[in-house]
Design a protein around this ligand. Sequence first.
Ligand SMILES: [Zn+2]
Length: 374
Amino acid sequence: MDSNQKIASLLRDLASVQQSTQSKWGYKRAASAILNLDRPIEQYLLPDGTLRKIPNIGPSSTRVILEVLLTGRSATVDAAFADSPRADDDERTRGLRENFLSRAQVLEALADQRLRGPRLKDYRGDLQMHSTWSDGVETLETLIEACVVRGYGYCAITDHSYGLSIAGGVSMADLARQHQEIEALNTRFAGRFRMIKGIEANIRADGSVDMTNGELRTLELVVAAPHSALRTGSDQTARMIAAVRQQGVHILGHPRGRKLSTRPGVTANWDLVFEAAAESGVAVEIDGDPSRQDIDFTLAKRAIQAGCLFALDSDAHSSRELEYAETAVAHARLAGVPKARVINTWEVDRLLSWAAERSSVKTRRRSTTRRPRV
Ligand SMILES: [Zn+2]
């Protein structure tokens, strides 16, 4: 674990045992500030043993940082936990921070020439993002412009399906209106940028997605992702295998559904899930949202072994968050994912024909199996 990650974890631990909301919030904000630093925290240490000023880091957090930099641990955190009834609880949350990268580690992985795997300049488009049509904060047009600035040739808009009302899931009527808007934008940006009609469908408890096959066929790209049963320890291998075998699904989105420090996500035999994904031709996503990083580089190595394709996405809810794709690329580089297996490195025509072909292959395979009529 790098120092940025280690110190951020300690500050989060401290936040969890604070009595006042204000100091809880202060430590949490300091933890995020450390995770978002571009460089290792060691570089902020001045020759006189003090710390260079970092926004959102107050005196109490600075003390913890200096303790760790100078002694390797924090006496302040140790003392806080010695008499905290919540110590066990926090042992548990530490397990929820495994294989998360700090921003400094992301930048290091992107710059490290020894790593194989996709480079940022190979990345042609982002395949999971949300707009004002569901729980995102920006319009389709603003997102396109931000993608163009990042040098992309395409993106998929994947607002939540109607089944996920908590995230402002988009109704089929609204989806039809969104598609008209996308077509108009694609005409305007023709030759420069292509917006792909996508959706983030929700994987139900039984592994089916919350849209009918006919509804899925109105879309060019379907990301299926779990949003429930993310804290249970019971095995959900069957659920995830059913999801990747479902007709019309292209990407298994944030497969685990884990969240930094708060929830472990789906428990499954991932090697079996990845085998099923590879067999169905479904791409496994590395979701680059810093609080998700799902799947991470260790699981991605196993998905490479299984023969999977990969989608490296930001899961952005605003144009500023498009940068999250860099976290996904960093994990892919650390895992050594071959560039050819990353669908975001493909030309848009190839991507679209893969998506169309994948759906039709599934349909043919399904139609040859006899199903009882009910
Ligand atoms: Zn999601």
